[in-house]
Ligand binder design. Structure first.
Ligand code: NI
Length: 266
């Protein structure tokens, strides 16, 4: 059963706010007298068939989205695709998947054991996209994953949900430049991700991006509670291509640094 696009994003947003309290504050700060439009919403998963990128993407394809780009992140051992809707006010969707077989046997075993706990057809439900973790790991398993892949550790703790929402600077009325938004955020006390510089990309690659560092939230692991990074908020400004059309793709080198917004420190 598929809801409509707006209902799905509202459900994703409420779920995201429940673990990202700062997002509500950012939304209020930037949204004052302005309707915020999302440039994109991002999701993470593993490339294990039961839960892979295509399983998540199917829900968006069913709502009229189309695949528009593919990306490789060799160092982080990830692949990603992005999807767009014909209605350009609907957020683009960026879905990545971790290449599980590229990791140590220990890490693979922890991940495969997690995914084994996902019910067989669970991913066919649209609500799977904001269903959180379908497993529980120990703090030791979390640390083991973290040592090899921040992404794997994040998935172990947070499971299925929007990893970030992204404000579209192009659609804002009170701000026209990403740098001004960054300044407003810093003035209000928000911490930005500085990995690869505060602004990743720029007019030369037709996309400039920045993000807050993820909130830190208490998570109940199998054996103990641990305070760890949850989700973050991103900001994107897109530029015109030589053909006069606004660039709608993603820039792998920038996204690579945006992934680090869920690092403990940067
Ligand atoms: Ni993003």
């Amino acid at each position: 059963m598929h809801t409509n696009i707006d209902t799905l994003f509202e459900n994703l947003w409420q779920n995201y706010l429940s673990v990202t309290p700062s997002a509500e504050k950012v939304h209020r700060l930037l949204g004052e007298g302005d309707t915020l439009i999302n440039d994109h919403v991002a999701f993470r998963t593993f490339n294990i068939e039961k839960v892979n990128l295509d399983k998540l993407a199917a829900h968006f394809l069913a709502l009229g989205y189309e695949e528009k780009g593919q990306y490789d992140f060799e160092q982080k051992k990830l692949k990603a695709k992005h999807f767009e809707h014909a209605d350009t006010t609907k957020p683009k969707v960026f879905i990545s998947e971790l290449l599980v077989e590229a990791f140590s046997e220990t890490t693979q075993n922890i991940i495969r054991n997690m995914v084994a706990q996902v019910a067989d057809n669970a991913s066919q439900q649209e609500s799977f996209l904001y269903s959180g973790p379908h497993w529980q790991v120990t703090t030791e398993e979390y640390e083991t994953l973290l040592a090899e892949s921040e992404y794997a550790a994040w998935m172990a703790a947070w499971g299925y949900r929007a990893n970030h929402f992204t404000v579209s600077i192009n659609h804002m009325q009170h701000y026209h430049e990403l740098a001004a938004v960054n300044q407003a955020l810093k003035d209000a006390g928000f911490v930005l991700n500085t990995s690869g510089g505060e602004i990743k990309g720029g007019q030369e690659v037709f996309l400039a991006q920045s993000s807050t560092m993820a909130d830190k939230i208490d998570v109940q692991f199998k054996d103990a509670v641990k305070t760890i990074p949850s989700c973050f908020y991103e900001f994107a400004q897109r530029y015109e291509l030589p053909n006069g059309k606004i660039y709608t793709g993603f820039v792998a080198a920038s996204a690579d640094k945006i992934f680090e917004s869920t690092n403990v420190a940067n």
